[in-house]
Design a protein around this ligand. Structure first.
Ligand code: PEP
Ligand code: MG
Length: 747
């Protein structure tokens, strides 16, 4: 970059800093900014357009266009050259604007007189905030150096907009992060709760985007890069003993940390007047906007690395670390883009609710939230951008909405919902010790799903008769190294003691798919849900399975033991898994350890194929538990984690119900005990229909036991079956509507 431009853009930034430090507020400040940019760039016009809402841009300040157009002229995203700049998030630079594709004339602005146009997106960390425009009468193509200077200015404007520097007298701009905002997402776990935002990844705030001392800033940047490099080096040496794949990832990461072009670009920005933080953020914004446009998996991976490294560098420079769990407010509501089950478990049960930008109903993080019975809203787009740590937030898991910084009216209405929830809880508690007996006399055994020691108290609190599914992988997920046999058997033994004689069905490890252990080699599979997971891993690499079976046998300590194998698709897999149990028993016998007084070995039916297994399977297995979460995804070929396709197919679809009926009939024929332990068992209407089809054991998250029992006790299952049959005879695709309509008059 030529020296002349360096000084020009430094000068411009210096003037901008003065303008921002002046006593002016809001609109006056913004007006001053456009004036000085026009002056410095020697253009007749400089305007700033900011987003009013995600689809509309508003002219917020101008030097050169008609003053009356300010806060009047609006355009949709993509409309005209301004809208085009915003939509494509790229610079639009033309010497002949009226002839350019997409040009749209706004008569109220008087812009027809201007020939050249240069629009620069104003964006911060990949979020589009607006557009900075310069125009001039002379047909002039702005040089790369001029565009660069404008980009630097746009970056500072973005920072200042974020900080609320243009909010105030006459600005007609709403302050960021102060207004109430409603987020409409989707329901993942019901319940309502009020609390304070706790961001999983708090944003770094840069308060000093411009510097007047490039030498000091360059030294700060150099030191921070050094610290970053040595932290990546030590991550790498820590990983040496772990595994080769992780090392490969970290090596690529280190290569970026040492990338001279990345560092040179930041140094040039600092030399041009940005602070070290702002220079890093500019690079990060660039990486994010490229990320949003690129579909190439390799490039995306690298851009993710770059984004992550920038984050680390920013935290080093600003001293703003990752949020410490210890700083969680009293009623923390976790707000995150997305979260894995392991990370979520680290927060523990203190959370009062969770709001995710992404997430899905079928994910294991959702299952953890359900086990904790805390409301979870997913798909709340944009919330991580808006929410600040400590903001008041109300989440309504019944409707899938979150109110951020609610006003008084919303707050008051919410209190009524919370009171209703409390009353419902009291109702469920009053029937806790009653059986789940329908009016026709049929009794359904309601069991609970668990996975952590901390879940066990719910066994008594919920009124569940036992643990129908104990997901053992959660114990593996919360550790950073493989647990030892002794630890596991101590844990299983504590679970059995806490269950106090109630049956606990331990499911052996179901690792793979979205449950990735931090200390196990990640498997790069194109389709992990259908890949090398669960019992497939257990049989191919039996070390961990054997260790787990032995730990379970020891934990039983001569008492009864129930074990089930996940993801069995064929009789042979069941036989091979059972043979492993046989070997474990032989070992225990040789060692002189007590064997279980009664041993039940079951299989989870999670793929359609198992329903068509030979009769021998149904005879050999001690019980079958339908894992509806997986079964449904394979039955409909609809990824349980992909909200778009998951919702297309109803669990009460007659094809799925008729499939379940066949499984029930086969189990009845061989007298094989059958239960259903997917999440659907905990949804009252689904539970009712399953019971009407003939299922007699349902296992669900503890919070669902009350609502399911409450409904079951109020209906006659024969009548439910008739309603379902009538709907089928009528040709309905799903029985949901018919059952729901009928229920209105029953309860
Ligand atoms: C299921 O698939 O329904 C199940 C209970 O197992 P998981 O959700 O742990 O895969
Ligand atoms: Mg499953």
């Amino acid at each position: 970059m030529p020296d002349r431009t360096e000084t020009e853009s430094r000068k411009l930034l210096g003037r901008l800093r003065e303008a921002l430090a002046s006593d002016n507020e809001g609109q006056a400040r913004l007006d001053e900014v456009v004036k000085l940019i026009a002056d410095s760039m020697e253009t007749e016009v400089c305007s700033i357009y900011l987003f009013r809402d995600p689809e509309t841009l508003e002219l917020c300040a101008t030097q050169g266009l008609q003053a009356e157009a300010v806060h009047q002229t609006r355009m949709r995203l993509g409309e005209g050259l301004v809208g085009l700049t915003a939509r494509t998030r790229t610079v639009v630079n033309t010497a002949d604007a009226p002839a350019a594709k997409g040009f749209r004339y706004m008569p109220e602005t008087g812009e027809e007189r201007y020939s050249s146009f240069c629009g620069i997106p104003i964006q911060r960390l990949g979020d589009a905030l607006g557009v900075l425009v310069v125009q001039s009468k002379a047909a002039r193509q702005f040089t790369p150096d001029e565009v660069y200077a404008l980009e630097i200015v746009a970056m500072v404007i973005a920072e200042m907009t974020e900080l609320g520097a243009f909010v105030g007298e006459g600005a007609a701009l709403s302050a960021h992060h102060q207004q109430p905002v409603l987020f409409r997402g989707s329901v993942a776990q019901e319940g309502v709760s009020e609390g304070q935002v706790f961001l999983h990844e708090p944003r770094v705030v840069v308060t000093n985007p411009i510097s007047d001392d490039p030498d000091t800033e360059l030294a700060r940047l150099r030191d921070a890069v050094e610290t970053l490099r040595s932290s990546v080096d030590s991550m790498l040496s820590g990983a040496r003993s772990v595994d080769a794949d992780q090392i490969q990832v970290l090596e690529a990461y280190r290569m970026f940390a040492n990338s001279s072009s990345w560092i040179k670009r930041m140094q040039a920005d600092v030399a041009n007047g940005l602070s070290a933080e702002a220079a890093v953020e500019k690079e990060q914004s660039l990486a994010r906007s490229r990320l949003s446009k690129s579909a190439d998996p390799y490039l995306r991976e690298r851009l993710h690395d770059l984004d992550d490294l920038s984050n680390r560098l920013l935290r080093i420079l600003t001293g703003q670390g990752a949020a410490a769990r210890a700083d969680m407010p009293d009623n923390p509501i976790l707000v995150a883009r997305n979260i894995g089950p392991g990370e979520l478990l680290e927060y523990g049960k203190r959370l009062k609710g969770i709001v995710l930008e992404e997430g899905s109903v079928g994910s294991h993080a959702t299952i953890v939230a359900r086990a904790w019975a805390i409301p979870l809203v997913i798909n709340a787009k944009g919330i991580t951008r808006e929410a600040l740590n400590g903001d008041t937030i109300l989440i309504d898991g019944e409707q899938g909405i979150a109110h951020l910084r609610p006003d008084d009216t919303v707050h008051a209405a919410f209190q009524d919902k919370i009171a209703m929830q409390t009353r419902a809880q009291e109702r469920y508690a009053s029937i806790r010790d009653q059986p789940a007996q329908a009016k026709c006399g049929t009794v359904i055994s309601l069991q609970m799903n668990a996975g952590l020691m901390a879940d066990l108290p719910s066994l008594h609190g919920s009124g569940a008769e036992g643990v129908g599914l104990f997901r053992t992988e959660l114990q593996f997920l919360i550790r950073n190294q493989m647990p030892r046999r002794g630890e596991l058997s101590a844990l299983y033994s504590r679970v059995l003691t806490a269950a106090d004689g109630k049956r606990v069905a331990f499911r052996t490890l179901d690792i793979g798919s979205d449950k990735v252990l931090p200390y196990m080699k990640p498997n790069d599979e194109p389709n992990p849900a259908m890949g090398w997971r669960a019992i497939r891993v257990g049989l191919d690499k039996p070390g961990v399975l054997r260790m787990q079976l032995q730990a379970l046998l020891r934990a039983a300590n001569g008492g009864p033991l129930t074990v089930m194998f996940p993801f069995i698709t064929q009789i042979n897999e069941f036989r091979a898994a059972k043979a492993e149990m046989g070997k474990a028993i032989d070992r225990e016998t040789k060692l002189g350890h007590a064997l279980p007084s009664k041993l039940e070995i079951g299989a989870m039916l999670e793929t359609p194929s198992l329903a068509f297994a030979p009769d021998a399977f149904f005879e050999e297995v001690d019980f079958i538990s339908i894992g509806g979460n997986d079964l449904k995804q394979f039955f409909f070929a609809a990824d349980r984690e992909n909200e778009r396709v998951r919702k297309r197919y109803d669990t009460l679809d007659i094809s799925f119900l008729s499939f379940l009926e066949q499984v029930i009939a086969r189990c009845n024929a061989t007298g094989t005990p059958l239960s259903f332990c997917g999440e659907d068992a905990g949804r009252p209407v689904e539970a009712l229909c399953f019971a009407a089809l003939g299922l007699r054991t349902l296992s669900m998250c503890p919070a669902s036991v009350g609502p399911v029992k409450h409904l079951l006790r109020r209906v006659d299952l024969n009548e439910v079956k008739t309603v379902m049959d009538d709907a089928i005879a009528k040709g309905d695709q799903s029985v949901r509507r018919a059952v729901a309509d009928w229920l209105v008059y029953q309860v």
